[in-house]
Write a protein that binds this ligand. Structure first.
Ligand code: F6R
Ligand code: MG
Ligand code: MG
Length: 370
């Protein structure tokens, strides 16, 4: 049986400001998805939040880009928006960029990571959800998980991983994609994905001839770019990703090890700053200091015929305390730069800027340098 695992997310209102999703929004989403499970549109679901993003994790058999599933997500976000408006939450309906649903939430504001695959005898799946950053934040950990032998021991010592993987990379400016193999094309791959605001890893596939079908992804990441969708820059799109693990794939611990660095990502305050990505528990998934720092949560499930076990909150563990500690040191250090790069993003990547106004005001006071 083929199962589809979909994470669809949107910011439809924060409390206070952009800090966190209000519990009432999760409640209304749970109600809607319970009904969809009862009517058998979906097999199972889990509702959660990361910062101000409402996260719908759903399993079903409709395949990716299903009109019915996307409509369900859209209707759920609309219902949550109504509650957000009633409660006076901040930015109610912020990520619903159009008035009416037109078949697929892609291009309408929400972010989507989904994949369809044949369930193995036992299928561990991890849902990653980030706030106050952008899809390129996944490049570093996904590369480490599937291509770095210093991260993933299995690439070296497990014959079923030893051949490596295929990365699908999207050029989000040119709307083109390319498939690249590791380890043989590792340096070329890094040349692209190091430029994380332009080239993003969309999916990872097993190689041909291995234990797993080479046309079924083992990882998928949301890559919707709000500013391209809306025709103007309206914000960074906090990304989500899904990664399968074990038996021919990186182990759960190798997948989590990819997040052991608190690497620098762009987003944070006003979508205009670099800061460390801090792995946290769901309980700690609320953005506070300087509206951050950027956060990632990880929920681990076992799947059986699309049914989800209760999730394990994978970063809720002392093993990640030092990484959080390191993220806090980096936070102090980066904050000391105030309005200076590289804490503040380069001009073209900023979500907020007053520069054109400042330049206009100074106008004639700018004289030629002799
Ligand atoms: C970043 C983010 C926040 C807001 C900031 C200002 O992604 O959501 O840092 O940009 O709180 O928000 P406004 O302009 O809504 O007052
Ligand atoms: Mg928000
Ligand atoms: Mg957000």
């Amino acid at each position: 049986m083929k199962t589809t695992f979909s994470i669809i997310k949107a910011d439809v209102g924060g409390c206070p400001g952009h800090a966190k999703v209000h519990p009432e929004l999760e409640k209304v989403a749970t109600k809607q998805l319970t009904e969809a499970r009862r009517s058998k549109l979906i097999i199972d679901f889990h509702v959660t939040h990361c910062g101000d993003d409402l996260e719908l994790i759903m399993t079903h058999t409709n395949g990716v880009d299903s009109r019915e599933i996307h409509q369900l997500a859209w209707d759920t976000f609309c219902a949550a928006t109504e509650v957000a408006r009633d409660l006076g939450l901040y930015g109610a309906g912020q990520d619903l960029l159009v008035d009416a649903f037109s078949g697929n939430v892609r291009g309408m504001g929400p972010g989507v990571a989904e994949m369809e695959f044949t369930e193995r005898k036992a299928e561990p799946v991890i849902a990653f959800m980030m706030d106050k950053t952008e899809p390129g934040a996944f490049n570093y950990p996904i590369f480490k998980i599937f291509a770095d032998p210093f991260n993933t021991a299995g690439l070296v010592i497990d014959p079923s991983l030893h051949e490596g993987f295929v990365f699908e990379v999207w050029d989000i400016m040119e709307h083109k994609h390319v498939f690249m193999k590791t380890p043989e094309e590792m340096y070329d791959l890094l040349a692209l994905i190091g430029a994380k605001s332009r080239f993003v890893i969309k999916r990872v596939f097993p190689k041909e001839g291995g234990k797993l079908p080479d046309d079924e992804p083992v990882a998928a990441i949301s890559t919707e770019k709000l500013y391209q969708i809306a025709g103007e820059y309206v914000g960074k799109d906090d990304p989500v990703g899904v990664v399968r693990a074990q038996s021919g794939l990186p182990a759960v611990g190798e997948v989590l090890e990819g997040f052991s660095k608190a690497h620098l990502v762009s987003g944070w305050m006003r979508g205009s700053h670099n800061g460390p990505l801090m792995p946290v528990s769901v309980e700690q998934a609320q953005c506070t200091r300087f509206d951050g720092p950027p956060r990632v949560i990880a929920l681990g499930f076992q799947l059986r015929n699309g049914k989800l076990t209760a999730p394990l909150d994978l970063f809720k563990d002392p093993a990640f305390d030092r990484i959080r500690e390191e993220a806090l040191h980096i936070t102090d250090y980066m904050r000391q730069h105030g309005p200076f790069e590289p804490h503040r993003l380069p001009m073209q990547d900023m979500e907020y800027t007053t520069l054109p106004k400042v330049m206009k005001k100074l106008g004639a006071r700018f004289k030629k340098i002799k």
